[in-house]
Design a protein around this ligand. Structure first.
Ligand code: AMP
Ligand code: ZN
Length: 116
């Protein structure tokens, strides 16, 4: 799906509302509509990158910013000290349902391993 067409591109451009908790020039973070933990935030690039499989070497800085933002969101949400889980689902077996790269930040309860 091209830039501007997907669900998360519509959140980026404000067509679809979201509860934004953090934003920078290159990314935004908002609460997941179906939270799987007391805190569940998605961090996404403003630029449409469909998945980790579509990320390229020129996205290196953006990928770094996503991970740094995940940590910043965890601290701001008060889950950094107790611990948190970051997840990037990719493709069918990875369980990806929205094809715009996103980092899940989950916390506020103990997480289990291995994942389902
Ligand atoms: P994934 O399955 O990794 O692709 O994750 C997609 C996530 O997007 C799921 O956790 C959904 O609950 C979440 N989601 C879908 N639509 C929205 C929306 N409109 N606002 C916020 N989160 C959403
Ligand atoms: Zn998109």
């Amino acid at each position: 799906m091209s830039d501007g067409q997907c669900l998360f591109c519509k959140i980026v451009d404000g067509t679809i509302p979201a509860e934004v908790v953090h934003e920078t020039e290159s990314l935004i973070a908002f609460r997941d509509i179906g939270p799987q933990a007391p805190t569940h935030v998605l961090v996404i690039p403003r630029k449409h990158v469909a998945s980790l499989d579509d990320a390229r070497p020129e996205d290196r800085e953006l990928l770094g910013e996503l991970m740094l933002a995940a940590g910043a969101v965890a601290r701001a949400q008060g889950i950094a000290e107790s611990g948190f889980r970051t997840v990037v689902n990719t493709g069918v077996d990875g369980g990806q349902t929205v094809h715009h790269l996103h980092v899940h930040v989950l916390g506020g309860r103990p997480m289990h391993w291995p994942p389902g």
